[in-house]
Design a protein around this ligand. Structure first.
Ligand SMILES: NC(=[NH2+])NCCC[C@H](N)C(=O)O
Ligand SMILES: [Mn+2]
Ligand SMILES: [Mn+2]
Length: 300
């Protein structure tokens, strides 16, 4: 049997949006006991520490209006390298955010190892904006588009190849706040989306059954990109862009348990935990609980 090895990488990035505090996400998640909780499910766990981000001044790219474009690109290139090395060496990469712009780096590091990487985008948002469609200029609203090869070339070219993933290999779960340009892109590219409407109507069990079956038949690895704002803000208040009417804690655990049973997940990231906006580290604790379910923790 191959050893089960987990590589934890902290990405204290807050340059993809405007609310301070999300750079403390990795610390909050570690403080919530990630190591202890995941230990039973791995032969070895290496916490590689954090990628150095620094505290630079905000610079808006004059041409594209993207906030912190150069730094977000530079730091994501570093993350991509780290993730690439982990996968290469046979470690499961688990990245702790940081705002969702870090998915650009994670996916750049992972996708080169697969012919058809699948992505589950568990999020209230589509994160499918470009400089042209973004209402905010915040890069954390763009990483899924960037990974599909759509967006500023400084972002899409990270890792030296583009696109990273194909639209038919993506499943978005939990969407309830989509901008106009994102809706157009979803339809144009035929991206599979389970909005809150489908989750209410079909139930999470059916949504996950379909998602797993869909990805199993077309992908050779699946990355889970879980934005804690996919969950309802009453349960996960520690996020920068909360949207009412989200996925429940229980539904989310079921989703993670079903993913564990399916054995399809080959990399993951948990993003947008902002301890300054949180209540007693609740959101970080929920993130750790979801990771535990994803890797095999059972109630009985
Ligand atoms: N990763 C996130 N929380 N993204 C929120 C994006 C919000 C909005 N759609 C924007 O582009 O600014
Ligand atoms: Mn997101
Ligand atoms: Mn979101």
């Amino acid at each position: 049997m191959m050893k089960k090895k987990l590589s934890i990488i902290g990405m204290p990035m807050d340059l993809g949006q405007m609310r301070r505090g999300v750079d403390m996400g990795p610390s909050a998640i570690r403080y919530a006991g990630i190591n202890e909780r995941l230990k039973p499910f791995f032969d070895e766990i290496h916490d590689l520490g954090d990628i150095a981000i620094g505290r630079p001044e905000v610079i808006v790219d004059q041409e594209s209006k993207l906030r912190n474009l150069d730094l977000v690109a530079e730091k994501n290139a570093l993350l991509a390298e780290k993730v690439d090395e982990a996968v290469q060496a046979g470690w499961f990469p688990l990245v702790l955010g940081g705002d969702h712009s870090i998915a650009i780096g994670t996916i750049a590091g992972v996708a080169k190892h697969y012919k058809n990487l699948g992505v589950i985008w568990y999020d209230a948002h589509g994160d499918l904006n470009t400089a042209e469609t973004s209402p905010s200029g915040n890069i954390h609203g763009m990483p899924l588009a960037v990974s599909l090869g759509i967006g500023h070339s400084k972002l899409t070219e990270i890792g030296g190849y583009t696109p990273k993933i194909k639209p038919e290999n993506v499943v978005i779960i939990g969407a309830r706040s989509l901008d106009e340009g994102e809706r157009i892109l979803i339809k144009e590219k035929g991206i599979k989306v389970y909005t809150m409407h489908e989750i209410d109507r079909m139930g999470m069990a059916k949504v996950m059954e379909e998602t797993i079956a869909y990805l199993k038949e077309r992908t050779d690895g699946v990355h889970l990109s879980l934005d804690l704002d996919g969950l309802d803000p009453s349960e996960c208040p520690g996020v920068g862009t909360p949207v009412i009417g989200g996925i429940s804690f229980r539904e989310s655990h079921l989703a993670m348990e079903m993913l564990e049973e399916s054995k399809i997940i080959t990399s993951a990231e948990f993003v947008e935990v902002n301890p300054i906006l949180d209540e007693k580290n609740k959101t970080a604790s929920i993130a750790v609980g979801l990771m535990a379910s994803l890797f095999g923790e059972k109630l009985l």
